[in-house]
Design a binder for this molecule. Structure first.
Ligand code: F6R
Length: 605
């Protein structure tokens, strides 16, 4: 969702900016643009794809300093004028911005009253005018002054024709990273845009700014007092941002799940004492024992995995636990309890709703730990401690390997919480054995891809589908429906199997298939009973189940997954649903990595 790149150094900026923007495409966008400072400031911007912008870029677009942007429309439609960069009336100042300026309407009115003609419908344009109207001596002061007038969230990068040796950047709620190269520097909102050039990076914190020149950078707060931010080496393989021989990132990332699962477990299992070691939680055994409740917060698929996590914690640690959509949490003035452990779960670590929920909890004195994939991201830094997911970069919008590692992160947390309470050493060891076996079992499910592709071809024909499950199986169904609708654009609704007869059974017909999650557990018989009710109404059935489950003569398309420990079964039941969604979307000819209307990280409300 909106992306920023910047370059200053010895090479021509435009090709590097365009390349960086291509790397940000997965974030979701509807227009793109670049500004380059050579002999004067020049801007090119266009609705549509980065390739459309490249195709139309004037030949002589030279300059060794520049900024670029992919926009996701918030204020005003996606068109050439509203695309970033935005400039002031003289054309000397160019600004790219991620985030939302809440008081844009008032600022637009004020500027208009002062005789400024606004060219676009955007909130961002006001920043360019505010900077241009400042009479302060330095660019840093001018940008700081403009930022002081705005309310809202931002990652911004600013060019000024009178200060051609620098890019000034600032962050408040929207990520901003500086990449250090050899006699050149990069700026980006996402690590993926700059890892091809450098893996030495510095992250800005909220309320901070930086001046980036060809030879280095300085960081300071918005009151221009110095703050030290050293660049550090990030441990990331630039190749992991390439799809390689795979036709899409989603497929690549699904297939990476066994290896990713091994990474999140590595070094964290204590086989001798049947427990997990999670040093990053920053909690000692006494504090861990004092937890009376666990509240998990995440958005979308992370919320559904949070529901799986809540079950794991209740089952293994016997602590009351539940998950809630982070996007709703802060709006109900939540009661923050000191003996509750709050867990924020996020792949990107930048989801604004989750970040704001974390901030609300901390403001009220609650303790929050993060289950986050992106190291150094805003949520990771805001939390009191956490568990990094080590899934590796996830580029596809539809989250797969990060979700699997979230589940495993919850399993580790539940194990650690359980073992300082009632969970016996033998039970702990049973779980650890199952966790160690899990990567190979994930592989086994992935190996069944061909059959799943066949089933998906049939499902893709349906306009509307149900995904049903009970208790442990219900979040699995929710996540399955989410994946399916995200990339196939079919209406997929998740329901508790037990609730079907209270309403939705009326919709069951030969045209509406149901994907049912039927693990081998204490509810198998009841689940199978419900399937018979669906079959009696001639509803087609796809059943994701375990090999020993007897479906009592039902005519279904059956998908067997290997059994794990019962608490860990949900994750193995989830994997076929990813493949069903993927193959349905492929049959329908959709752009799997960039589903319509969706963005990889949702950094605006
Ligand atoms: C689904 C999906 C989204 C994200 C959600 C949270 O495939 O990707 O529903 O799970 O936007 O994102 P993160 O985990 O980055 O906070």
């Amino acid at each position: 969702m909106c992306g920023i790149v910047g370059y200053i150094g010895t090479q021509q900026a435009a090709p590097l900016l365009l390349e960086g923007l291509t790397r940000l495409e997965h974030r979701g966008y509807d227009s793109a643009g670049v500004a380059v400072l050579g002999s004067g400031l020049r801007v090119a911007k266009k609705a549509g794809r980065v390739r459309d912008l490249s195709a139309e870029l004037p030949k002589r677009f030279s300059g060794k300093v520049g900024i670029g942007h992919t926009r996701w429309a918030t204020h005003g439609p996606a068109n050439d004028v509203n695309a970033h960069p935005h400039v002031d009336a003289t054309g000397d100042v160019a600004v790219v911005h991620n985030g939302i300026i809440d008081n844009a309407a008032a600022l637009r009115e004020r500027l208009t009253d002062e005789g400024v003609e606004l060219a676009s419908d955007t909130d961002t344009e006001v920043l360019a005018h505010l900077i241009a109207r400042s009479t302060a001596d330095t660019l840093e002061e001018r940008v700081a002054e403009a930022l002081a007038a705005i309310e809202g969230t931002y990652g911004v990068a600013v060019l000024h024709a009178d200060f051609p040796d620098r890019i000034v950047v600032a962050r408040n709620g929207s990520p901003l990273i500086i990449g250090v190269g050899e006699k050149e520097m990069h700026v980006a909102s996402d690590l993926g845009a700059l890892v091809r050039y450098t893996t030495t990076v510095a992250h800005l914190d909220d309320g901070e700014m930086a001046t980036v020149t060809a030879t280095g950078f300085t960081t300071y707060r918005q009151d221009l007092t110095q703050v030290q931010r050293a660049a550090t080496e990030v441990d990331v393989d630039p190749a992991s941002y390439d799809a390689g021989e795979h036709e899409s990132f989603m497929r690549k990332e699904m297939l990476e799940q066994p290896a990713a699962a091994e990474r999140v477990l590595r070094g964290r299992l204590d086989e001798r004492f049947g427990t997990a070691h999670l040093g990053g939680l920053n909690m000692d055994a006494r504090e861990t024992r004092e937890i009376r409740r666990v509240k998990i917060l995440g958005c979308g698929s992370a919320y559904y995995v949070g529901q799986m996590g809540a079950s794991l914690i209740e089952e293994l640690a016997r602590i009351p636990a539940d998950a809630e959509a982070a996007s709703e949490f802060r709006y109900r003035n939540p009661i923050i309890e000191h003996d509750t452990l709050y867990v924020a779960v996020s792949q990107s670590g930048e989801t604004i709703d989750t970040l704001l929920a974390v901030q609300e909890i901390r403001r009220k004195g609650g303790r929050v730990v993060g289950l986050v994939n992106v190291v150094g991201s805003a949520i990771a830094r805001e939390c009191d401690g956490g568990i990094y997911l080590h899934a590796g970069p996830e580029v596809a919008v539809a989250s797969t390997k990060a979700l699997t590692n979230m589940f495993l992160g919850f399993a580790l947390l539940a194990l650690q919480l359980g073992r300082v309470r009632d969970l016996s050493i033998s039970e702990g060891k049973r779980l650890i054995e199952a966790l160690i076996a899990l990567p190979a079992q994930l592989q086994e499910v992935l190996d069944g891809e061909d059959r799943l592709a066949e089933i998906a071809t049939g499902l893709a024909q349906a306009e509307s589908l149900f995904f049903v499950g009970r208790v442990r199986g219900f979040p699995v169904a929710r996540e399955g429906a989410q994946k399916f609708k995200e990339i196939s654009y079919r209406h997929a609704e998740a329901y508790q199997t037990s609730e079907l007869k209270h309403g939705p059974l009326a919709l069951i017909s030969p045209e509406v298939p149901t994907v049912a999650i039927v693990p081998e557990d204490e509810l198998t018989d009841r689940n199978v009973g419900a399937l018979h009710e669906i079959a009696a109404r001639r509803g087609p059935l796809v059943v994701v189940t375990h090999p020993d489950v007897d479906l009592r003569g039902l005519d279904v398309q059956r998908i067997d997954v290997p059994r794990s420990a019962r608490e860990l079964d949900p994750i193995l039941l989830t994997i076929p649903l990813q493949l069903l969604a993927f193959h349905a979307a492929q049959v329908l000819g959709h752009d799997i990595d960039k589903p319509r209307n969706l963005a990889k990280s949702v950094t605006v409300e």
